[in-house]
Design a protein around this ligand. Structure first.
Ligand code: CMP
Length: 325
C-alpha cells in the first residue's frame, strides 16, 4: 500500500492534477484506494457502466476496442502518471473501450462519488479532463480509421461461391475458345510425345545477344504492336503461311522461296485462353525446322498470361515499345 505522500507525489506528476495546490492534493490522496492488477486482467470492459476513475501508479495498461467478431484494435498504452475511466463518469455513457493490465499494475482508484466531489471542488480539474477527453477523441478517431483500413478483409467466399465462379470461368473460357477461329488448345497437354522444348529467359537472352536466333512473336498483331522483344518478327498463327515466306529468300533457279531450316528459332506469346507460342512453334516443326524452342513463361506476377514477355521485361532484357510521345 502507498502512503498519502506517495499518492500526493504521483498526483502532482499527472497532467490532470498538476495544477492543484498541495494541501488540496492531500485531501484527494486521502480518499484514493490502491489496487494491484495481474497481467492480462481486464480492468474495464467496453459497454459496462462506469463506477471508478483510475490513475496508474506503476507499470502499464492497454486500451483497445473489441469488435463483434472478437477482433481487437489497440488504441493506446498508458503508463505511470496517466489515467483512465473518466469518460464514463463525466458523460454517464458506458465505458468506451476495454482496458487490460499488460504487467502487474499498481492503480490508484477514485470511486464515482469521490470523483464527483473532486470535480465540484476543483473546477480546474474539470477543465483539464475536458481538454484530455477531446485529445483522446481526436486521436482515437484517426487510429480507428487507420486500423479499419488495415483490417479490411476481403469478403469471405463460401464453397458454393468458389465452385460457382470456377464453373462460370470454365464456361466462358470454353465459349471463347470455340469462337476462336484458330481453335487453340486452352488446356495444356500433360503428355505430348512431340513436346517442343522450352528455353528459359536467361539462356534466351544470351542467344538474343549472340544475334543468331530468330525470335518469333506468335501473338496477334495488335499485341505485338504494344511491345515485343527487340528484333522479334511477328508471325501470328492466323497469318502463319504468308508471314513464313517472309523469312526466306528467293531461289532464283527454282523460282521458290527457301527458308533456312537450320536456323535457331525461339517462339513466345501466350494468353489465358490461347497458347499461340505452342501452335506456331508446331507449325515450324511441321515444316521441317528442328531447332525450335518455346520461351518459358517467367513472370512471377503473371505466370499464366503474357508470362514470357512479362518475365523478359522484368529482367530488363531488350524490348521495343511504341513511342507514345
Ligand atoms: P471510459 O470510457 O470511462 O472507459 C474506457 C477508458 O479508456 C476511457 O474512459 C478513457 O479513459 C480510456 N480511453 C478511451 N479511448 C482512449 C484512447 N484512444 N487512448 C487512451 N485512453 C483511452
Amino acid at each position: 500500500m502507498s502512503g498519502t505522500n506517495e499518492k500526493v507525489s504521483r498526483l502532482s506528476d499527472t497532467d490532470i492534477f498538476r495544477s492543484i495546490p498541495k494541501e488540496q492534493l492531500v485531501e484527494i490522496a486521502q480518499v484514493i484506494q490502491d489496487k494491484f492488477v495481474s497481467p492480462k486482467t481486464n480492468i474495464c470492459r467496453q459497454g459496462d457502466p462506469g463506477d471508478s476513475y483510475y490513475i496508474i501508479h506503476s507499470r502499464k495498461v492497454r486500451v483497445f476496442l473489441r469488435s463483434e467478431d472478437g477482433v481487437e484494435t489497440d488504441l493506446n498504452q498508458l503508463g505511470p502518471g496517466e489515467s483512465f475511466g473518466e469518460m464514463a463518469l463525466l458523460t454517464d455513457e458506458p465505458r468506451s473501450a476495454d482496458i487490460e493490465a499488460i504487467e502487474e499494475t499498481h492503480l490508484f482508484i477514485l470511486s464515482k462519488e469521490e470523483f464527483d466531489g473532486v470535480l465540484k471542488n476543483h473546477p480546474e480539474v474539470f477543465r483539464n479532463f475536458i481538454k484530455h477527453m477531446s485529445e483522446l477523441l481526436r486521436r482515437g478517431d484517426s487510429i480507428i480509421q487507420e486500423e479499419a483500413e488495415f483490417q479490411y478483409h476481403a469478403p469471405k467466399l463460401s464453397l458454393f461461391d468458389f465452385v460457382f465462379i470456377g464453373v462460370v470461368i470454365l464456361i466462358f473460357t470454353t465459349i471463347f475458345n470455340f469462337a476462336n477461329p484458330n481453335k487453340i488448345n486452352i488446356i495444356p497437354k500433360f503428355y505430348d510425345p512431340e513436346e517442343i522444348p522450352k528455353i528459359d529467359l536467361s539462356l534466351a537472352n544470351e542467344k538474343h545477344e549472340e544475334g543468331e536466333t530468330l525470335f518469333i512473336d506468335a501473338r496477334p498483331n495488335y499485341f505485338f504492336e504494344e511491345g515485343h522483344i527487340m528484333g522479334a518478327i511477328n508471325i501470328p498463327l492466323s497469318l502463319f503461311n504468308i508471314m513464313y515466306l517472309m523469312l526466306g529468300e528467293l531461289d532464283e533457279e527454282e523460282n521458290i522461296i527457301v527458308v533456312d531450316k537450320e536456323k535457331n528459332i525461339i517462339v513466345y506469346g501466350r494468353s489465358m485462353s490461347a497458347q499461340y507460342d505452342e501452335e506456331v512453334a508446331r507449325k515450324f516443326k511441321n515444316l521441317g525446322h528442328e531447332n525450335v524452342k518455346i520461351l518459358k513463361t517467367g513472370s512471377q506476377y503473371m505466370p499464366l498470361t503474357w508470362g514470357a514477355l512479362s518475365g523478359w521485361r522484368e529482367n530488363g532484357y531488350p524490348v521495343e515499345e511504341p513511342n507514345n510521345d
